[in-house]
Design a protein around this ligand. Structure first.
Ligand SMILES: [Zn+2]
Length: 480
């Protein structure tokens, strides 16, 4: 069966055919780096990483671009997220963006998310954005007012084709703008005039200012992937207005289609509610890693389809961790048996069973990257493998090597939940548990007013390169 993907643009599953045979050009909207990544980021980037991994498994040469938004986009209050963060952390905005970019990648590394081939920064592409905006003005799709430039939505009749929203609806729903300089409330900013207190600013033909959020994705995706390109991914919450605006800017400026397949992943919920700082249910990845192994979190994410919403509960994560441990148990047993197995070719009956497992796994993944189905195929295989290991005659080296190789390929390369060496992983996990134990001990000592001993723990850890940070939510640690 050929790979079928659900395209948000056509609202149906379509056979996937890249523009250039054998190559896939793919873009996914990256993070705004003003704060630590949270569980929702974890879901989005694990979902798209698994899609990239499967495309590579199928033999495609994938060029994967994911931007870093280091120009803060506007909040509803008219405030800029990066500047707000910089004020909070007392850092220069670029220092703040660099700090959180590094932390973002460190978190993604722990989730075994393969780094994108190109991670373009918005601040590195201001001249290209200015040229693009100029082209939109020349073609009559944008206009300048008081040093800001807006896209004229009524000039682009296809506006709304991705989200299914109509411009009239938008006008009716548009909130009262802080600035009512737009010709139409549905218009959106391409370039914003910088107020005197704005630190991140660039010269432009319209005076000093900074780009809107939507324009960076249009410009950076097409710069590296061409236009049109194959896949544009992102969270469903960005379908409107962000992705709709990306399409309008791209297609109005060039007359060419923008992205051919739009893939949207479902939102992450916490016990049935959206995750919001105001609801007090906001969980950063760092906080989640303190309780669950990053691989267990990744496995939990993949147990539901990427387009589905994912509801996080402690019980569901605990149960995912147990499920993954069952898989690891079988892989460990295979590797243990392998060390003492008699030499010999692979058993044809076992090879046939493995072939069936591989086919079932691929059939699920070919069906719009159905990872729950793929995981079910792996567990079906694991049942057979456990039965094989429990037989009275020991399987041959050839048989066990074939089993191990398939686990590495499907659970390791494609799903990204099986580290090359499980032993190393166990040691790394134990080191984390030991640090947590020391943090607890230090807290107990401080409570008992044994400050000298508590400080000694902190200093000895610091000497090992482990920095403790005390905060209102307790003590966290980081490697220095
Ligand atoms: Zn984007």
């Amino acid at each position: 069966m050929a790979l079928m993907v659900y395209n948000s643009l056509s609202r149906q599953k379509e056979a996937f055919e890249p523009l250039h045979p054998g190559r896939v050009h793919m873009y996914v909207c990256g993070p705004t780096v003003y704060n630590d990544a949270h569980l929702g980021h974890g879901k989005t980037y694990v979902n798209f990483d698994t899609i990239v991994r499967y495309l590579r498994y199928l033999g495609y040469q994938v060029l994967y671009v994911q931007n870093i938004t280091d120009v803060g986009h506007m909040l509803d209050t008219g405030e800029d997220r990066i500047i707000q963060g910089a004020r909070r952390e007392r850092m220069h905005p670029m220092q703040l963006a660099e700090y959180y970019t590094r932390r973002y990648f460190a978190d993604m590394d722990r989730l075994n998310v393969t780094r994108p081939d190109i991670s373009p920064r918005a601040t590195g592409h201001i001249p290209e954005m200015i040229v693009w905006i100029q082209r939109l003005i020349e073609r009559g799709y944008a206009y300048e007012v008081n040093g800001s430039v807006y896209f004229s939505v009524s000039r682009f009749p296809e506006y709304g084709k991705l989200s299914g929203r109509r411009v009239e609806e938008l006008r009716a729903g548009a909130r009262v703008e802080v600035l009512d300089e737009k010709r139409d409330p549905a218009d959106f900013a391409l370039w914003k005039r910088a107020e005197p207190e704005h630190i991140m600013r660039w010269p432009s033909p319209w005076g000093e200012g900074f780009p809107g959020w939507h324009i960076e994705c249009t410009v950076m995706s097409t710069k590296y992937l061409g236009q049109p390109f194959d896949i544009h991914g992102g969270g469903v919450e960005n379908k409107f207005p962000h992705h709709e605006c990306e399409i309008a800017q791209a297609e109005a400026a060039t007359g060419l289609p923008f992205a051919r397949y739009w893939l949207h992943n479902g939102m992450l919920m916490i016990r049935g509610e959206e995750m919001h700082k105001s609801l007090g249910n906001f969980i950063t990845l760092q906080q989640a890693f303190e309780r669950w192994e990053p691989m267990a979190i990744r496995f939990f994410i993949l147990q539901s389809h990427y387009r589905s919403p994912l509801d996080v509960t402690d019980e569901a994560l605990d149960s995912a961790a147990k499920g993954l441990e069952r898989l690891y148990g079988a892989v460990r047993a295979v590797r243990r048996h392998l060390a003492a197995a008699p030499e010999g070719e692979a058993d044809p009956a076992v090879l046939e069973m493995l072939e069936g497992a591989r086919r079932a796994f691929e059939e699920s993944m070919d069906d719009d990257f159905n990872t729950p189905g793929a995981i079910a195929a792996l567990f079906e295989m694991t049942r057979e493998v456990n039965a094989l290991l429990n037989q009275s005659t020991s399987p041959t080296q050839g048989t066990l090597q074939a089993v191990d190789a398939l686990y590495r390929r499907l659970a390791g390369d494609v799903l990204g939940v099986l580290p090359a060496s499980l032993e190393e992983d166990a040691v790394a996990g134990m080191a984390q548990d030991l640090i947590a134990l020391l943090i607890e001990t230090r807290a107990a000592l401080r409570q008992a007013k044994q400050y000298a001993l508590a400080d000694q723990i902190r200093e000895r850890l610091a000497a090992l390169g482990i920095q403790l940070q005390d905060g209102p939510q307790g003590t966290t640690w980081a490697l220095r």
